[in-house]
Each structure stands twice: as C-alpha cells, then as structure tokens.
Design a protein around this ligand. Structure first.
Ligand code: V47
Ligand code: SF4
Length: 400
C-alpha cells in the first residue's frame, strides 16, 4: 500500500516553488541540504511534500524494515537538583518526600525482575542528586554486568555525567573511560533539549550546556562508544533553533560517526512550568520527523518514541521518515505519563509491536541496541497468547 507520494510525483508538480524543487532534486540525487534549506523546509514545506522526500530517504536506506527492541527502563530517582521548566517528572530536594530515591539493592531488584525474560537492553536515566555519584554508578554498572553480562546497559546522559565528573573532580575523558570500564555499553539521547543558548538558558534549569552535551558524546564516540541524540521541540523554540540543533548534531556526526539514532521528543505540557504553552499539532510532529530525516543525512535511524507520541502517530510516522519505534518498555518509565502522554502505562508485548508495524505495511525487525538483527518478524506466526493484554485496539491481522 502506498502511503506517501513518490518523489517523482513531487517533482512533476508544476506549482512547486523554486527552492522546494531544488531541495527535492537534491534529495533525489542523495545530496545534503544546507542550513538555509533546512529552515525553508520548516517554514514552507507542507506535510505531503516533506513526507514524500523523507519516505524516499527512509525506503532507500531501510526499505520497509522497521526496528524495535525488547527493553525496560530504570529511573533511580525523580528528585533533581535542576529545574527544567518542561519537566513534569522531577521533584525538588525540598519536596523529596513526594518522589522516589532507589538504593543500589532496589535497583538490582528491578534488574533481577527480568531474569529469564528475553529483554536485551536496560535504559537507565533519572534525576540528578549528590548520592548518585561516580562511585554509585560505577558500582551499579559493575553489578548489572556481573549479574547479566549480555544485558546492554544504555545509561545516563551528559546531564548526569557532567555533574558526577565535576563532583568527582575528573575530566570528561577520564570519567567516560571509567564508565566504560565499569560496563557502560551505550548512551541514550536525553538531555539535549535545544542546544541554542537563547532557548536552553530559559528551559534547562542550570544543567549542562549544549557544547558540554556535544563534547561528552564526542569523547564517548572517540572511545568507540555509540549513542543516540534527541531534540525537545514544540515549546518556545523557533524553527531556526531546531535547524541549529540539527546542524550541531550533523557536524559532530561527520566528525565521529558515533550516533545511531535521532529521536525528536514532542514537548508535553501537563503539570510543568510550561503548561501554558500549547503542544504541537500532529501535522507539525510529522513534519518535524520528516525534516529531521531529510536534514540528518548522516544518521542511520530516526526513532518515534511511542510512549511519548502515542501508538497511532507512531504508525503514521513510519510514512514520514521514521524507521524505529523503540521497544516493549514494560511500563517502566514515568517521564511521559507524568507529562500527560496518552500512554499512561506504556507497555507493549512483542506481538503488539509487530502488529502495530505490520498493519501499516512495514516489516517488523527486532534489533539489539546496536541494530544487529535479532529476529525478522515479517512472516512470523505467533502462538496463541492467552496472557496477551494491553493494546487491544489493533486486531490480529491475517491470523498473526
Ligand atoms: O531529556 C522530559 C524529555 C528526555 C518532557 O536514547 C520531555 O533511545 C517532552 O531522552 N515533554 C528523556 N519531553 C528521554 C529520552 C529518551 C527517550 C526514549 C529513548 C531514548 C533513547 C531517549 O525526555 C529528556 C527531555 O528531553 N522530556 N520532560 C516533557 N514534559
Ligand atoms: Fe532534572 Fe532531567 Fe527533569 Fe531537568 S529534565 S529537572 S535534569 S530530571
């Protein structure tokens, strides 16, 4: 089933203005677009147009392949020293009794809960507090690896690393080396928000700067590590700030090649200091995925994080440049449910994820964190699963 128009149809449109035609021609030839062209896409690129270009790139790179993994999250605490204005999840230290602060043993209990389960990745991220320091996280990574060596530890962002390295008086280089030794496998993309100081200074509550975020990823890449990148969009930023953000990522990726996936994160406005700011529309969300796909010509993957965007928009996004929808999650993250996402208890079984992808004509591929293929579910027959709960609005397709 064709969901977006082929790029040739776009190019045959005689009403297309000159700059949009030039961009479409570049995309067809596989050439990079400039910052000015990126800005023009945000300003003038209507949904069907950017969608056709992004889908062209997506299908050239990945065909119909659509990736997911089996993962769970651990959020050691939601108490935080910082005061990001978009954050619905954190509690200030003076209100710490309203939050949670897990001990090492409690965190290991969560890891052990998945013993025997076919998960491949644990994603660890949370608030920033003095007791969660370099020693704590080194010990935690060591314990997880001792307990389950093959479980991929995707943990912490430059927000935490900047803080814990400064506290421990070690350089970023020394700190990241120690994290690697302790068992860190990769870094998630969080904490990026908007790099431009005009916006970051207003929303990021005193945490690390855009330059520091980029530098820590660069050092991690130099150590041979892989990581993701995000952008929190749809609040007080302007299009030029998004383009600046994408440009900084593209430049670093040219240098290191260490990023795997770009994940646009839609600002959700429940219960935070920016609740008065309206959320972006679905049209804008899809345009943003598509323009990210077009701009980031050196990123392999664009991910729609379904607990944040919802299942239906995640399905739609697969026709707008997205080729990855994250994983099973198993109701282990609170960041988006507390910010007002429609996914109040985010959890999907493998079968649900597979169905979600298949129903929009794509091929579901289970991957590990580094995108090695674990299983191609294109023709997979599922056993009848009577314990199957949760996402019931997608009926079984073709008996699968
Ligand atoms: O950095 C917090 C965002 C991020 C809100 O690497 C909010 O695979 C919208 O980075 N509205 C953390 N966004 C989550 C994250 C992530 C998620 C999934 C996969 C990966 C990956 C990374 O969540 C924060 C911030 O940008 N965030 N509050 C909010 N109200
Ligand atoms: Fe703390 Fe992260 Fe929330 Fe900012 S986004 S207040 S750093 S938990």
């Amino acid at each position: 089933m064709q969901t977006t128009r082929p790029i040739e149809v776009i190019l045959s449109d005689t009403t297309l203005d000159k700059p949009l035609r030039a961009i479409a021609e570049k995309v067809k030839r596989g050439e990079r677009i400039t910052e000015a062209e990126g800005l023009y896409l945000f300003e003038a690129g209507e949904l069907a147009y950017v969608g056709a270009l992004a889908n062209h790139i997506r299908e050239k790179r990945h065909g119909n392949r659509t990736y997911f993994n089996r993962n769970f999250h651990i959020e050691p605490t939601n108490v935080c020293l910082y005061t990001c204005t978009f954050c619905s999840y954190s509690r200030l230290i003076k209100k710490r009794e309203e939050g949670w602060e897990y001990s090492m043993d409690e965190i290991m209990d969560i890891v052990r809960r998945y013993d025997g389960e076919p998960v491949t990745e644990v994603h660890i991220v949370g608030g920033v507090l003095p007791q969660y320091d370099l020693e704590f996280y080194s010990e935690l990574f060591r314990r997880i690896k001792a307990h389950r060596p093959e479980l991929h530890v995707k943990a912490l962002t430059p927000v935490e690393y900047h803080y814990i390295f400064k506290k421990a008086k070690v350089s970023y280089e020394e700190g990241m080396r120690r994290m690697k030794e302790a068992g860190l496998d990769s870094m998630p993309g969080g904490g990026a928000e908007i790099f431009h100081p005009e916006i970051r200074d207003q929303i990021a509550g005193g945490k690390c700067t855009g330059e520091q975020w980029l530098r820590i990823h660069e050092i991690w890449h130099e150590l041979g590590g892989r990581s993701n990148a995000t952008m929190l969009y749809g609040h007080i930023e302007e299009y030029r700030h998004r383009v600046h953000h994408l440009e900084e990522l593209r430049k670093l990726q040219d240098k290191t090649g260490g990023f795997q996936t770009f994940i646009p994160l839609k600002f959700r406005n429940k219960d935070n200091q920016m609740s008065h700011v309206p959320e972006s529309t679905v049209v804008e969300d899809l345009r943003n995925y598509a323009i990210s796909r077009i701009y980031l010509d050196n990123f392999d993957h664009i991910k729609a994080y379904w607990p944040m965007i919802g299942r239906e928009v995640a399905q739609l996004s697969l026709a707008f440049g997205v080729d990855d929808i994250d994983g099973t999650i198993d109701d282990t993250t609170k960041i988006y449910s507390m910010a007002g996402s429609e996914e109040q208890n985010p959890a999907m079984s493998t079968r649900e994820l597979v169905n979600l992808i298949r129903r929009v004509g794509r091929q579901p591929i289970e991957r590990d964190t580094l995108y090695n293929v674990i299983e191609d579910y294109t023709d997979h027959e599922f056993e009848e699963d009577t314990a199957f709960k949760g996402y019931v609005s997608l009926p079984v397709v073709n008996g699968k």
